[in-house]
Design a protein around this ligand. Structure first.
Ligand SMILES: [Zn+2]
Length: 524
């Protein structure tokens, strides 16, 4: 059984409606790795619905979190002063930036948090994951967390004990689990709460709390409600579970270790907020390798960048087919990574194996279901480089029938991604171009190879059917005592100036016959 269906089956035993949740801090351009979490939660949500369990899927943008790292692609002069401020109150890197919200209305990113969150949301929406988007700042402003803020503050000592017992980390004796926004400098990463009197939290804005931001030294007293600050992450997480009724939520495995964030959050949920911890789905991260995926500034591949080099369903397939705790490595700079992925996608499409069929079904993002024909990615890599070739005709020959409208669209789409592959990832060996002039490499040809070329020149004029012609080429070489490799090398060297290339017959038939005959004769 497919892994998400197995999880859904287990959860279905509770016979209760489910709330699936995931979250992300919009601290900059979102790395493709974060997509795995979204897709895993989306799959479980969809599997639950298929198992006839009522399920709602939410995604929280943690925009109250402080900026704790300055991305290299941003101006230090402009952004350094915001280090430690909540992401919601930091200006967007782009002034006028019309973006389409998931609900369809066009608006502008009003903040740093919105800018990067919308960029990411757009990608996962396109990938078919459409959770309800919530913003942590609004949860505070709309006072949906008030009850839990009070519970946390009233139980500060107990929370401290839980921290110590579960994670072994010690907090100062008077630890108050709240981070106010400094009323003077607006930072949240620098404040230390020192007292809670049941109405107000006293705090100081410190220079020494964190290494990445400097506080202003202000001392103040604020109500902890209505967006004046936030709970520390290990407390905020279970508070959100309890406030929203979350029943299913996983996390990257670095938070799932024994004594880690998840363990602490589980105990706080139970003992402080009286909420059963959600069903846990820990998952492995994506190892996204390859220099070619990183921009010149040394940034890892963002979700947006990756969504531009693969069709949506193939990118989704990459994540759907792997169990959540399995490593997912993807290095598009390796020669076979992308062609192999397309092959695996195509074979899942036509598979009779129930798991693979299910994986394929859950990888689709639009209506493209059912049977259809599409040329293999690997074959197209060669075909698109042959000049003057009619790719629709080639596809129809292979299909042995006329392409439908959908199949033509699909072919167009695949050609687009083949070109991206050739442009950005394919090794030099996979690329070729027909030489206008006779290449200098022909001097390596043997006497027999030259004789073969001369015979081939005569064959070309009458050749029509590519399959038959390919066989004739092979036979002609064989009759002259050449191996298959020697035969075809002679052709590639003459036409392409290199030792390998696409299927020779197709290549020759795609070119102007007079041009080929002239070249072959000169070379021989
Ligand atoms: Zn301050």
């Amino acid at each position: 059984m497919f892994w998400a269906d197995k999880i859904a089956e287990e959860i279905a035993k509770t016979k209760k409606p489910q709330r699936v949740d995931d979250a992300k801090t919009p601290s900059g351009r979102v790395h493709v790795g974060a997509l795995r979490g979204v897709i895993i939660h989306d799959l479980v949500h969809k599997a639950l619905k298929d198992a006839k369990v009522k399920s709602h899927f939410t995604y929280i943008i943690d925009d109250m979190d402080p900026m704790d790292d300055l991305p290299v692609y941003l101006s230090k002069a402009k952004y350094e002063k915001y280090m430690g401020a909540p992401l919601k109150y930091i200006p967007s890197p782009v002034e006028k930036n019309p973006i389409t919200e998931p609900v369809g209305r066009t608006c502008e990113a009003k903040s740093y948090a919105e800018y990067y969150a919308y960029e990411f949301i757009e990608v996962f929406n396109k990938l078919g994951a459409k959770p309800e988007i919530l913003w942590s700042s609004r949860l505070y402003e709309e006072r949906r967390l008030d009850k839990y803020i009070k519970l946390a503050l009233d139980n500060a000592e107990k929370i401290q004990e839980i921290y110590e017992k579960i994670s072994g980390s010690r907090r100062p004796k008077d630890f108050i689990p709240f981070q106010p926004i400094c009323e003077k400098c607006g930072k949240i990463g620098t404040t230390i709460a020192s007292a809670w009197d049941g109405k107000f939290v006293s705090y100081g804005c410190s220079d020494e709390k964190v290494s990445w931001a400097k506080g202003c030294g202000h001392k103040g007293r604020v109500s902890p409600y209505g967006g004046n600050g936030k709970l520390p992450w290990r407390v905020e997480w279970p508070a959100k579970w309890a406030a929203l009724g979350v029943t299913v939520e996983g996390e990257g495995k670095d938070h799932a270790s024994k004594g880690g964030t998840r363990d602490t959050a589980n105990v706080i949920a139970k003992e402080i907020f009286d909420w059963d911890p959600p069903y846990d789905i820990p998952y492995e991260h994506i190892l996204f390798g390859g220099k070619k995926m990183s921009s010149s500034k040394g940034v890892g591949a963002s979700a947006l960048e990756v969504s531009e080099v693969l069709p949506l369903e193939v990118l989704r397939f990459l994540m759907v087919r792997v169990r959540s705790m399995q490593h997912l490595e993807f290095d598009p700079s390796l020669e076979h990574t992308i062609p192999d992925l397309f092959d695996e996608f195509d074979s899942a499409r036509t598979s009779k194996d129930p798991d693979l069929k299910r994986i394929y079904e859950l990888s689709l993002v639009d209506k493209r279901v059912g049977k259809y024909f599409v040329l293999r990615f690997r074959d197209l890599v060669n075909l698109v480089q042959i000049p003057n070739i009619d790719l629709v005709k080639e596809a129809e020959k292979k299909k042995d029938g006329v392409l439908t409208k959908d199949e033509k669209e699909l072919l167009e789409e695949r050609i687009k991604y083949v070109k991206i592959y050739l442009d950005r990832f394919a090794p030099e060996e996979a690329k070729f171009a027909v030489k206008e002039e006779l290449p200098k490499e022909i001097k390596v040809l043997s006497k027999e190879q030259k004789e073969f070329l001369s015979k081939l020149a005569n064959l070309v004029t009458s050749a029509k059917d590519a399959e038959k012609f390919q066989n004739d080429i092979y036979q002609t070489g064989k009759d002259l005592g050449l191996t298959s490799s020697e035969t075809f090398k002679a052709i590639y060297i003459t036409l392409l100036g290199k030792e390998s290339g696409p299927k020779a017959a197709w290549l020759i038939l795609s070119l102007d016959k007079d041009f080929v005959v002239k070249g072959l004769k000169e070379a021989s």
